[in-house]
Design a protein around this ligand. Structure first.
Ligand code: GDP
Ligand code: MG
Length: 716
């Protein structure tokens, strides 16, 4: 006898145990390929059970079935395209309500469905007592409690699937009521849709109507392709407008709320909660921290305190390190032959360059420690939750917010954190704007210029304004990218809020060390290399052809220390101007002039910043240390910047120029390491190349506006 055929699709949220169930069911008989036309992985396996040959398909994990992401489209098309006979939704029952959101959407598709309440062991541990019969009766679907890791109730899943498949009449299912107003509009739309048999062939009119109100991109695209579809779209728009006026919110939000309401109602009936105390406390804390009015202000204050603390706590460590680095420079410099290239390389290039970067290590470590506290306590998830609505308004994903906050520490972890964003458009947008969040490496530049050109009582505000400019640019560009470059819907953001936890010191230290280690590694590799290259460029050719015979002049002035040092300074100055860096600086000068950057040495410093932003300060230190080779830390560099004058005696730098410099440093291309990570994360050269050019353009334009605007206002 020929085996009967049955195809089962496994749907479910990511990490609900789909793959574990899949492996249990199919053993080793599997096949991995791609869904036709897309790069989403497709896993297929077979099992012979009773008199059936069953094909099991592991669908991509999704939270929803609205066409917001590639995965969701693939999953939905597979389910609706009648490629599966029965869908088994694998549910993480320890997160029952959230997981049921997908189940409800599958139910609405009207396909045969079984719920596998997986991880029932975890649910039990969490104090949830689920009554599967009751839940099944409420939802109108068979429910099986499973523990995939222990291979429990897997056969039962197959039995239920066959039973459902062989049933003549579909199970009676309750349908969700979306409230009077929404239902009224749904009915109107259904009426508009039902005459078109070609549409209602594979989807019910109600489902299409619902999807149109939910702004489902695929359904809209489908409708756009025919004249009757376009008419329906018009009616859908009218309905949406009407609902928006009534509810003051998008219909999709109202619909989602209703679904959750339905789920919550069903769970109230079928689940007995015996929550741990921790959950009650979490709920109480959330009442305050997630409060409609207080939530955002509290968040901003917490962030402000965090940054304040970071700088306050790290100050003494930084001071100490500065002294240590200077001492090492002097000590090592003394052991090397005076005036030799080797001494210059080690003292100015390596110790001066890398050392000036390591000085900022305490700030970085303490910042990471603070961020780890916010994350490990569970607060960061709340911050993203709070920001979601706002981010949505500006067209960004709520989940974009965490990578952006991490970008304050360093763009690298920020960019890597974009992996948590499922939607590719949202991910790329976020990834491209994270570098505008001012990272720790840029801090030295600000501190240098603010210290030199702004009164102390202004320092804090100026610094804050730079960070704010970065955030604004990130948000504006994010919006622009989303609109023109990565078109499409912004995915809804359903994030479970983990209970608050007291973080363990060990976990905090591990997190801090992991991220701090990245910074250290950067200092040891790319910053080291960059400093050496910049040192080489600004010191070679080692013996240029001088305009004057300085050695003779110095010899003649023997004994007169003042004259000797004057000649020595002049010689060093000329040597620098004739170095490769000097030549480069002059070539670039016209490009920088409109921004108010008139000193070629600054241009060279900015080139150095391409390796890593820290190198800007290191390079300026080398270039402005006219004549004397002793490293004196940035205190003297500040003075040197103030002293720097053009030949007509006007100073190179004013507060306006300094501000323009800081804005430029904030925005112009992220360091090489960031470009490399962008390359790795996007798996293409296109995005790092794009980032390279667009950040420079943005930086140039905004600095131009700042400087020229300032000049017009008479601030120059
Ligand atoms: P998928 O993303 O849905 O494919 O989920 P996986 O099958 O990869 O499972 C995610 C994690 O949950 C794995 O570490 C599994 O070992 C674990 N897991 C799966 N099912 C169960 C279960 O019933 N109980 C428990 N405690 N863990 C499970
Ligand atoms: Mg999987």
């Amino acid at each position: 006898m020929e085996d009967k055929k049955l195809t089962i699709a496994l749907a479910g949220n990511p990490n609900s145990g789909k793959t574990t169930v899949f492996n249990n069911l199919t053993g080793s008989r599997q096949h991995v390929g791609n869904y036709p036309g897309v790069t989403v992985e497709k896993k297929e396996g077979f099992v012979n059970y009773r008199d059936y040959r069953i094909t099991v398909v592991d669908l991509p994990g999704t939270y929803s079935l609205t066409a917001h992401s590639q995965d969701e489209i693939v999953a939905r098309n597979f389910i609706v395209g009648e490629k599966s006979d029965v869908v088994i939704d694998i549910i993480d029952s320890s997160n029952l309500e959230r997981n049921l959101y997908l189940a409800v959407q599958i139910m609405e598709l009207g396909v045969p469905l079984i719920l596998a309440l997986n991880m029932s062991d975890l649910a039990e541990k969490k104090g949830l007592k689920i009554n599967p019969e009751k839940l099944g009766a409420l939802l109108g679907v068979p429910v099986v409690m499973t523990i995939a890791t222990k291979n429990i109730a897997m056969k039962e899943l197959l039995d239920k699937a066959i039973e459902l498949y062989e049933r003549k009449h579909p199970l009676e299912r309750p349908s969700i009521r979306y409230g009077r107003e929404v239902e009224k509009q749904l009915n109107l739309l259904e009426e508009a849709i039902s005459p078109y048999k070609n549409i209602t062939d594979s989807y019910s009119a109600r489902w299409i109507a619902l999807k149109l109100l939910e702004q489902d991109a695929e359904v809209i695209k489908m409708a756009e392709s025919s004249p009757e579809g376009q008419k329906i779209l018009k009616s859908a728009e009218t309905a949406s407008l009407y609902l928006r006026r009534i509810y003051g919110d998008d219909p999709e939000v109202v619909i989602a709320e209703r679904r959750y309401g339905f789920i919550s109602g069903a769970c109230d009936e079928a689940v007995k909660k015996n929550f741990e105390l921790r959950h009650d406390i979490s709920d109480m804390i959330d009442m305050v921290l997630l409060n409609r009015l207080l939530g955002l202000p509290i968040f901003l204050v917490l962030l402000w305190i965090t940054f304040k603390m970071v700088f306050y706590v790290s100050e003494p460590f930084m001071k100490a390190l500065e002294i240590v680095v200077a001492a090492i420079g002097q000590w090592v410099g003394g052991m090397l032959p005076q005036g030799s290239a080797l001494q210059s390389l080690i003292v100015e290039g390596v110790i001066g360059g890398v050392g000036s970067v390591l000085v900022f290590l305490p700030v970085i470590y303490i910042l990471y420690f603070a961020l780890a506290i916010l994350e490990d306590t569970g607060y960061m998830a709340r911050a993203a939750f709070l920001m979601d609505k706002f981010m949505h308004k500006i067209g960004l994903h709520g989940r974009s917010f965490i990578p952006m906050i991490l970008g304050f520490g360093c763009s690298l972890p920020g960019i890597m954190a974009t992996r948590t964003i499922e939607d590719e458009n949202d991910r790329l947008t976020t990834l491209l704007v994270v570098p505008f969040m001012s990272c720790g490496a840029r801090l030295p530049i600000y501190i240098l210029f603010i210290g030199a050109f702004f009164p102390e009582e202004w320092a804090g505000n100026v610094l804050f304004s730079i960070y704010v400019v970065g955030i604004i640019v990130a948000i504006v560009l994010g919006k622009v990218f989303r609109k023109y470059l990565f078109k499409g819907q912004t995915g809804p953001f359903v994030m479970e809020l983990p209970p608050y936890r007291m973080p363990t010191m060990k976990a905090l230290l591990i997190h801090m060390a992991e991220r701090g280690g990245l910074y250290l590694k950067k200092a040891g590799t790319i910053i080291f290399a960059g400093c050496v290259i910049m040192w080489f460029l600004s010191n070679f050719p080692w013996n240029p052809r001088y305009a004057k015979d300085y050695d003779a002049l110095i010899q003649k002035a023997e004994g007169n220390a003042e004259v000797v040092s004057k000649w020595e300074r002049e010689k060093a100055m000329e040597k620098m101007e004739k170095s490769y860096a000097g030549i480069l600086g002059r070539i670039l000068a016209p490009a920088f002039r409109p921004l108010g950057f008139r000193d070629w040495r600054l241009g060279v410093g900015l080139i150095g910043g391409v390796f890593a932003k820290e190198i800007v300060v290191g390079t300026l230190g080398t270039l402005y240390a006219t004549g004397d080779t002793e490293a004196e830390g940035d205190q003297s560099l500040r003075k040197a910047l103030k002293r720097a004058k053009r030949s007509d005696g006007t100073p190179y730098y004013t507060p306006l120029v300094a501000y323009s410099v800081m804005i430029f440093c904030l925005l112009y291309l992220p360091c090489l390491a960031t470009l490399a990570v962008i390359r790795k994360e996007t798996n293409s050269w296109r995005w790092p190349a794009f980032t390279f050019f667009y950040t420079i353009s943005v930086a140039w334009v905004i600095s131009f506006m700042v400087y020229q605007g300032g000049v017009l206002l008479g601030l120059g």
